[in-house]
Design a protein around this ligand. Structure first.
Ligand SMILES: Cc1cc2nc3c(=O)[nH]c(=O)nc-3n(C[C@H](O)[C@H](O)[C@H](O)COP(=O)(O)O)c2cc1C
Length: 174
């Protein structure tokens, strides 16, 4: 199973719009996937004993989206030069052996600035490698994200679509 993770809990995020484009490419290629939007993480995850005792609602997230996944697609914005804290929080409170060990991942970075979250993708690569996940060499930075959509909200970067398709092919064959 493949799980696509939308790596922010910000409402109306540009990341969410990029995720929708990526999902449409997966569907076009007939690749089955599940989708976890970090806006849907349970609100009770952040508590003093969160590293020891996962809430029942978070256990349900693990069971539905993380444990059965063999491969992950992480699409995440650049917040203060890296990936969002909510994503690290999810990694930190997970049962890491069951959720992540010896799995595969591809990464897409999103930013309003020029960097396209390159640093965030590198940071996440380090963490995922620590979690024994193989990360694909093909990382896709999307900089100046609002300029990648026209006034009707259509994604206009054919170059990026091509990269999404390449990345999906790589993921399927990883
Ligand atoms: C907390 C926070 C920190 C941010 N830090 C950066 C940054 O370091 N570099 C950058 O280019 N954009 C930064 N941005 C802007 C985001 O890249 C921008 O909102 C972009 O649309 C992707 O985020 P989104 O998916 O939440 O919309 C930041 C946004 C937020 C909310």
């Amino acid at each position: 199973m493949i799980t696509l993770i939308s790596g922010t809990n910000r409402t109306n995020s540009w990341t969410g719009k990029v995720v929708d484009v990526y999902k449409s490419r997966l569907r076009l290629k007939g690749v089955k996937f599940e989708s976890l939007d970090l806006r849907d993480l349970p609100l009770d995850i952040m508590k003093i004993d969160m590293y020891k005792k996962r809430s029942d609602k978070f256990l349900a997230v693990e069971n539905e989206f993380l444990i059965p996944a063999k491969k992950f697609i992480f699409i995440m914005p650049e917040y203060n030069g890296s990936y969002p804290g909510i994503l690290k929080l999810m990694l930190d409170i997970s049962d890491i052996e069951k959720c992540y060990f010896y799995k595969k991942a591809v990464l897409v970075g999103v930013s309003s600035g020029r960097a396209g979250n390159v640093r965030g993708m590198d940071d996440l690569t380090n963490v995922l490698n620590y979690l024994r996940i193989d990360v694909s060499y093909l990382k896709i930075p999307i900089s100046r994200v609002s300029e990648q959509f026209d006034e009707k909200g259509e994604f206009i970067s054919d170059e990026t679509i091509l990269l999404f398709d390449q990345q999906i092919n790589l993921l399927v064959n990883m």
